[in-house]
Design a protein around this ligand. Structure first.
Ligand SMILES: *Cc1c(COP(=O)(O)O)cnc(C)c1O
Length: 552
């Protein structure tokens, strides 16, 4: 076949560059058809179609087809790849910090893909670049940065937001690292319940994972300030430099919030005492916690949104730490976590734009770019091409929700979390582990009937004599998890998750926990009660095998 004939067909598969009403509606129809086919996969269950497990070795043998396909054929095939996907917005899905996405944020992704803006330079992205700057402005105000001084860029995930923070700190502590390479005497501090991305980052930046100093946390999952200070002193006495202190503002597993106020105070006093010629950079990993900023100026007494007292208490408990976000030198924000956008929508904010400018390359290194225009973040970003999808979907949701909407949606899921904890607390065989953390994630353990959950939690945490009991009940909770999820697969109950190491006991054993992460606005009272019912039911089913107190 002549290539011209093929080309003619292929031209129909692109949106038309010049207005063509008939073809334009064909495009819209194609998208609608894809969405309709996805909707056909919906049932009452919290996943699309059937969960099928394919052999991934077979996937490796996939071949490039010889001939062209039609839009319709490819669409149907692609929709097939959504089979088995969890519906994260489903009220019976409480698995992890993966949220459902709003319609405007999806449209943001579509629009930013449709005309393919590249955020490296406003010349290639025009008003989409402007949208990025707007989100930087809105977010700065939200966390309490001065938008006239602050700066920020969207990047490839929460991990990359911390990467930027540490990179900036490295450049401050050891100027010209970008040119000369990373010296050997530099460290990064982080807590032991922080995200493992800190390990990745120190590894990839050449700081070395051996130079990541992990500080133990208190039972509230906050960095232990006494130990942090001790370690900082030791580091400086050894003549080492501090690239960054990462404060986690909302840990992934438990929503622990580091005491940023005290960390900053510690930094100031250390700089003075050791007469440092740089300020150790403080990066706030607030990829989860940032959203709570909308409550910073919520009048708790007036409570115009009518939250229940326990919700108010939980909000206040979180804001007591989140309100200090503006003290950090840089902040990571994931709109794709607590902002209800699709992946990837992550923003790193810096208090002072000059911090980002430190990472600039010289124009001679990029001869074909950046000759004009007002906005040239590509001069300091790690990425070259940067999609417009993150900023447009973030802006979509910020506009959609406004302050009131974000408060309502977060308030509701906090409310549901508190309700879950109330139910869990109301049974002899279940106990909440992170009751001192006020997010929307609940870690809990189930125990066989007859075990005193008031004492056992503490005993297993602190007393090595209880090692065997701890390990036995770790196994018990794994079995409870298996049962609850098997039931959920059958449409009876709720998908929850589990963590192999919520934290370690004082004698070094991992504590297994069950985990409910509520992020869907559709979750309501029945759904949280169902979690507890199913866990109790699991206790009856699996208890026989692992309860030492019962005789066979
Ligand atoms: C999820 C998470 C990260 C990593 O973010 P990604 O967007 O998945 O790259 C980092 N820190 C914390 C606290 C997180 O919860």
């Amino acid at each position: 076949m002549s290539y011209r004939k093929i080309l003619k067909e292929l031209r129909k598969t692109f949106p038309q560059p010049v207005s063509d009403k008939i073809h334009d509606s064909y495009f819209v129809h194609s998208i609608m058809s894809a969405l309709n086919q996805v909707d056909d996969l919906k049932t009452r269950l919290p996943f699309l179609g059937d969960i099928i497990t394919e052999d991934f070795d077979v996937a490796k043998k996939a071949k490039l087809p010889e001939h062209i396909s039609t839009v319709e054929e490819v669409t149907s095939e692609l929709v097939g790849y959504l089979r088995g996907m969890t519906i994260f917005g489903h009220p019976r899905t409480q698995q992890n910090v993966i949220g459902p996405t709003t319609i405007p944020s999806l449209i943001g992704v579509l629009l930013a893909s449709l005309h393919n803006p590249n955020l490296g330079w406003d010349e290639y992205s025009r008003m989409v670049a402007y949208a990025e700057v707007e989100v930087v402005g809105i977010s700065s105000q939200l966390v309490g940065y001065n938008p006239e001084k602050s700066g920020g860029v969207f990047t490839f995930g929460g991990t990359a937001t911390t990467l930027y923070g540490v990179k900036i700190g490295l450049e401050k502590a050891c100027p010209d690292t970008i040119k000369k390479g990373t010296p050997e005497n530099v460290v990064v501090f982080v807590s032991d319940t922080a995200h493992y991305c800190a390990t990745n980052i120190t590894g990839w930046l050449g700081i070395g994972t051996d130079n990541l100093i992990t500080i133990p946390t208190t039972v509230e999952n906050e960095i232990d300030l006494v130990l942090l200070e001790e370690n900082i002193r030791e580091t400086l006495k050894d003549g080492k430099k501090i690239a960054a202190i990462i404060a986690t503002m909302g840990t992934t597993d438990a929503f622990g919030l580091d005491d940023l106020l005290q960390i900053v105070a510690l930094r100031e006093s250390i700089v003075e005492e050791f007469e440092l010629d740089y300020k150790p950079h403080i990066h706030a990993d607030a990829v989860i916690g940032w959203a709570w900023s909308v409550f910073n100026d919520y009048d708790i007494e007036e409570n115009t949104l009518n939250f229940r007292p326990r919700t108010i208490r939980a909000i206040a408990g979180a804001c007591r730490r989140i309100q200090h976000l503006h003290l950090a030198d840089s902040i990571g924000i994931d709109f794709h976590k607590t902002g209800f956008t699709p992946y990837i929508s992550s923003l790193v904010l810096v208090k002072d734009q000059a911090d980002l400018d430190m990472l600039k390359r010289s124009p001679e290194q990029m001869p074909y770019l950046y000759h004009y225009g007002q906005y040239r973040p590509g001069m300091y970003t790690l990425e070259t091409s940067r999609a417009g999808t993150g900023p447009l979907s973030a802006l979509a949701n910020l506009r959609l929700f406004g302050q009131e909407g974000l408060r309502a949606i977060l308030g509701h899921i906090v409310e549901m979390t508190q309700l879950l904890r109330e139910h869990l607390g109301g049974h002899a065989s279940t106990t909440v582990l992170n009751s001192g953390n006020f997010g929307t994630v609940t870690l809990f353990r189930a125990y066989p009937l007859g075990i005193d959950t008031f004492d056992i939690k503490r005993q297993e945490f602190e007393d090595p004599a209880y090692r065997e009991s701890l390990l036995l009940h770790n196994e018990y909770n794994r079995e409870v998890f298996q049962y609850v999820n098997a039931e959920a697969m059958e449409g009876r109950g709720v998908f929850i998750s589990t963590t192999d190491c919520y934290r370690k006991t004082s004698y070094g054993e991992p504590i297994v926990a069950l985990k409910s992460y509520i992020l869907s606005p559709f979750v309501d009272e029945d759904d949280v009660k169902m979690v507890v019912d199913k866990v109790l039911e699991a206790g009856e089913k699996v208890g026989e095998n692992v309860n030492p107190d019962r005789t066979e």
